[in-house]
Design a protein around this ligand. Structure first.
Ligand code: HEM
Length: 421
């Protein structure tokens, strides 16, 4: 395959070459993608604004709006060369040994099944902290042991998986300069802490989605739209998801992914809302959402309580009931979703935060809010989240801890109100 990126070429010429091209979502040209990235990476390195440039220019070319997207021919995408990834400022005082994980406590007094999305601040697309090394090592171990059971890329998402890696090369070294470097000319990405180097010119041997996953703590998936407007999972590296395997969800549509997992109220409520939302998601309006689970074992990568990872059928029904609160863990994901400008594919990142329930419950307001939240789960949510396997241990513990905090004078009127806390 011709590799334009082998010899850095004038960005302006490439932009002109590309400006009138239409990129089909399926199997669009890798060459075009690389050219566009070469072009855009030059201007990226000069921009330090975190606002989306197209929004700030009146009368200038603008990226497609949500309603324009909803009306287009599905499965086809016109590459968007107006969009430039907003280059983030460095995370202040970020230290891979000291920066603590973001303390998301994403549970409310009342649980509602909703999409629960918020606008994403571009600067915080990817959140890294002092657990980076642990996640990285565990991912390497999982890749070594499980190989293609934890990653896959179909021909529909090859371009998009390169695109997301180039986006990360534009983002990570600016946000976490002590952990990453990227050289635009040589196209070499380095993880400074481990000495790993990735040559993005090596299109034959480098797996872009695996490389992306090695750099970040998140699992990552790419969804590609078909001609009916359905999105399917066409690329991903999912090593730490706890309760699901990419092998079960690969090349399946969003409906199939969620329905096969018995996600509560998907058919009636979530699915229709998501379908509408996905069609209209623009390149400049990424979103995030958080969720939470209780886990009855201490495994970040795969929750063995629901059955061995190698077993075809897994589920809460096989799990033994917990007997000790020290075996209970709080598992919470922060997911981000954005549309890539060149391929039009969607990138979904899933960052898991994981800690013992006993530690979580030392924090003010947490036991009462979690107690109320879980008490408000409807039976379908209880079923999905394995309530019956931990309720006898967890609920009395939460009540005891809540009462202790309140007896010590905690003022419930002063509880912070801003989700995700
Ligand atoms: C706005 C976008 C999305 C929403 C609102 C959403 C919603 C949900 C909800 C409510 C659940 C149940 C667990 C929880 O409370 O989080 C769930 C589970 C899940 N979602 Fe999504 N989702 C979205 C996007 C995606 C995407 C893009 C993927 C692609 C990989 C995905 C894959 C899954 C999987 C694999 C599960 C677990 C299913 C199982 O238990 O087998 N979701 N989602």
């Amino acid at each position: 395959m011709v590799s334009i990126s082998d010899s850095p070429t004038d960005a302006g010429v490439l932009k002109t070459l590309l400006s009138n091209e239409q990129l089909l979502l399926f199997g669009g040209g890798v060459v075009m993608l690389l050219a566009a990235y070469l072009a855009s990476s030059k201007s990226k390195s000069k921009s330090h604004s975190s606002s989306y440039p197209a929004d700030t220019k009146s009368g200038a070319a603008r990226s497609a709006t949500g309603s324009a997207l909803a009306e287009r021919k599905f499965g086809h995408w016109e590459a968007d060369h107006v969009f430039k990834l907003p280059i983030p400022p460095p995370f202040e005082n970020w230290d891979m040994n000291k920066t603590k994980p973001q303390p998301y406590r994403a549970f409310k007094h009342k649980y509602h099944v909703t999409m629960g999305i918020r606008n994403m601040d571009w600067d915080s697309w990817i959140e890294l902290d002092n657990e980076w090394q642990y996640y990285h090592d565990l991912k390497l171990q999982r890749l070594q042991e499980k190989g293609e059971k934890v990653h896959a890329t179909s021909s529909k998402a090859v371009d998009a998986s390169w695109e997301v890696l180039y986006e990360l090369c534009a983002y990570l070294p600016h946000r976490y300069p002590s952990l990453f470097s990227y050289d635009d000319n040589s196209q070499v990405l380095k993880i400074l802490a481990t000495g790993e180097t990735f040559d993005l010119k090596d299109k034959k041997n480098l797996d872009p989605i695996v490389t992306a996953a090695k750099c970040i703590q998140d699992d990552i998936a790419i969804m590609v739209e078909d001609e009916n407007g359905d999105y399917s999972l066409e690329s991903g590296c999912v090593a730490l998801a706890g309760f699901w395997r990419i092998t079960d969800k690969y090349q399946r549509t969003l409906d199939e992914i969620h329905l096969s997992g018995d996600v509560p109220q998907y058919a009636t409520k979530l699915g229709p809302a998501m379908r509408k939302f996905f069609r209209r998601l623009t390149v400049n309006n990424p979103v995030v959402r958080n969720n939470y689970f209780i886990q009855t074992d201490n495994n970040l990568d795969w929750s063995t309580s629901i059955g061995p990872e190698t077993k075809q059928e897994v589920g809460w029904y096989t799990a033994p009931a917990a007997t000790d609160v020290n075996d209970l863990y709080f598992r919470s994901e922060r997911q981000s979703l954005r549309r890539l400008p060149i391929s039009g594919a969607l990138v979904f990142t899933i960052r898991t935060y994981f800690m013992p329930i006993t530690k979580l419950c030392q924090e003010p307001y947490v036991p009462r809010r979690l107690l109320n939240g879980i008490n408000s789960w409807q039976s379908d949510v209880e079923e999905y989240k394995g309530y019956h396997k931990f309720k006898d241990v967890l609920m009395p513990y939460l009540l005891k801890k809540a009462e202790e905090q309140e007896a010590e004078g905690l003022n419930l009127d002063e509880e912070p109100e801003v989700y995700p806390f």
